[in-house]
Design a protein. Structure first.
Length: 241
């Protein structure tokens, strides 16, 4: 088997984020369901695994100058980056998108009743993501920083109130999967974020923002599920001997 075949799709994207586009092109979830092989992930979407493998291998031949190597970052830096870039983005965009969706429902809801379901799904997503990010910012990320401090100072790591880092990690990963499923539903309801022919400018802007939100969420979840979380679990084991 080749190196590509042996790795999970999450590991491949962690090593080279450009491969995410290959999986996106085939509607393969690399973030919430990144622990699958190419064979398993491709077959779930009725895609020939050999085609996906060829596309990834061709991409890897192009070099990695433009690939951001998040995997090499210290864990505290990665946690800071996720919080300042992705958490801030989500917090900023939620009220904006809620307002746009409310307007679309008022103006176009009678002709396009799916807008009410999209708006309701996004409203739930906004509330759940807000609570989710707070748990990371006040519980998980501070412990990640404490682990880095303990490693750098060669000091003893105090046991957290949640037992071990795998406990909040499993909760966060479950919540990621819920939101991933929710956005797949929103994508299906919106015809993959494609405005109808009678869609006005607000319609186009709203769907473009929803697509951007989903893409940011994919990278956000990928950085946590496939890099930050497994490395945090490994570091805790290392520190505890």
């Amino acid at each position: 088997m080749t190196t590509v075949q042996l790795k999970t799709i999450g590991e491949m994207v962690a090593a080279d984020y450009r491969t995410a586009q290959v999986f996106k092109n085939h509607n393969i979830d690399f973030c919430c369901k990144g622990n699958r092989s190419i064979q398993e992930a491709s077959e779930s979407q009725n895609v020939d695994p050999a085609v996906v493998i060829r596309e990834i291998e061709a991409l890897q031949e192009l070099g990695k100058e433009e690939n951001e190597n998040y995997k090499s970052w210290p864990l505290d830096l990665l946690a800071d980056y996720i919080e300042k870039k992705h958490h801030s983005y989500v917090s900023t965009q939620i009220p904006i998108l809620n307002q746009y969706l409310e307007k679309l429902c008022q103006v176009h809801g009678k002709v396009h009743p799916e807008l009410f379901e999209i708006a309701e799904e996004f409203k739930h997503s906004g509330g759940e993501l807000t609570a989710h990010m707070k748990k990371e910012e006040f519980i998980l990320f501070p412990f990640v920083r404490k682990m880095m401090q303990a490693k750098q100072s060669n000091s003893k790591l105090e046991k957290p109130h949640f037992g071990k880092v795998d406990n909040p990690v499993q909760m966060m990963m479950h919540e990621h999967e819920v939101e991933g499923d929710r956005f797949r539903k929103i994508a299906a309801l919106s015809n993959d974020f494609t405005p109808p022919k009678d869609g006005c400018g607000t319609y186009q802007v709203t769907y473009a923002l929803l697509r951007e939100f989903e893409e940011d969420l994919h990278l956000h979840i990928h950085l946590e599920n496939n890099i930050l979380f497994p490395k945090s679990i490994a570091m805790e084991k290392e520190l505890n001997g």
